[in-house]
Design a protein around this ligand. Structure first.
Ligand SMILES: [Zn+2]
Length: 306
């Protein structure tokens, strides 16, 4: 994927390259994941592996709450090392934003005894994915096993947990990126952990879900008094970057709805959509996360709703 990003990069004047190389020599870029402080006791873990999701963790007086736990044993150990640099307290709560393994394959490492909270759909799908991936032939390399733990608690609208005097609001958002998304709002720290409802400067992957409802979720998230948005992948976003992601979703959805009304085929719609203002967004064909893939996913949602 780094090759892809390299190819997509626009031409950089050689003087700038020189300055960049010089500064890179003086300050070598940090290797590995990054932890950003978002406010009192709240941290974003920004994964250095695009295939493994970010996490958000809140240190309470007696225990820690972690939103999403990375993809597997190996990535979860990396996350746990960063948490342990900040606090020795037990992880009492895990929130899984949705069922995709890159967000919850580390549950068993991060919180073997933690309460695990998700939507009912995420719980069901996790049990199914765990079963499918434990079959002979589906095994992952040693040390990179999925460490699933399905939810011990589910909810259908909103659940508030208090860690000391810190409220944590877990809010239903489905259907959107999947049929079971939730996001997590930390009012005191003015921060939101969005899962894959938001990616910074990137086109999302779309599972079975609803782009139309997803846009409403993004409007609700933007209506919260918040300044920090921890995306499913890539760097922490601002109000401006999440607004732009919302506008991408809305522009794309509007175009696909209009073309669908004319009876256009998927291939025609892939050709016709015009999104030049988002040409700097990352696109990943291997995750079916390109403008065209998103258009095809939305068309499928529209046609299956009829
Ligand atoms: Zn996802």
């Amino acid at each position: 994927m780094s090759r892809r990003a390299g190819r997509a990069r626009t031409q950089i004047p050689s003087a700038l390259v020189f300055v960049f190389c010089l500064s890179a020599f003086a300050f070598p870029p940090p290797e590995g994941p990054r932890v950003d402080s978002l406010g009192p006791n709240l941290y974003a873990y920004i994964s250095d592996n695009d295939s493994s999701a970010n996490s958000t963790f809140l240190i309470g007086p007696k225990s820690i709450l972690v939103v999403d736990t990375s993809i597997d044993h190996f990535e979860a150990e990396k996350l746990l090392r960063e948490i342990r640099k900040i606090s020795p307290l037990p992880v009492g709560y895990i929130v899984n934003t949705h069922y995709h393994p890159d967000h919850q394959g580390g549950n068993g490492i991060i919180g073997p005894d933690a309460a695990v909270i998700s939507s009912p759909f995420t719980r069901e799908r996790t049990i199914a994915v765990a079963e499918a991936t434990s079959k002979p032939g589906a095994a992952r390399p040693a040390g990179h096993e999925f460490m699933f733990r399905p939810a011990t608690e589910t909810f259908t609208d909103k659940l508030t947990i208090y860690l000391g005097d810190n409220p944590v609001e877990i809010i239903a958002a489905w259907p959107a990126h999947t049929l079971g998304d939730v996001y997590v709002y930390f009012p005191k720290q003015r921060a939101v952990a969005t899962g894959d409802l938001y990616l910074t400067n990137s086109v999302p992957a779309m599972d079975q879900g609803s782009a139309a409802h997803w846009i409403q979720d993004l409007d609700q998230i933007l209506a919260l008094p918040a300044d920090h948005f921890v995306p499913g992948h890539f760097e922490v976003g601002t109000r401006q970057t999440i607004q732009r992601f919302r506008d991408y979703m809305n522009d794309l959805n509007t175009q696909v709805v209009a073309f669908a009304k004319t009876g256009a085929t998927e291939e025609e719609i892939r050709q016709k959509i015009q999104l030049p203002q988002y040409s700097d967004f990352r696109q990943y064909a291997k995750y079916e996360a390109t403008f065209g893939d998103n258009a095809a996913a939305i068309l499928k949602q529209i046609r299956s709703a009829k």
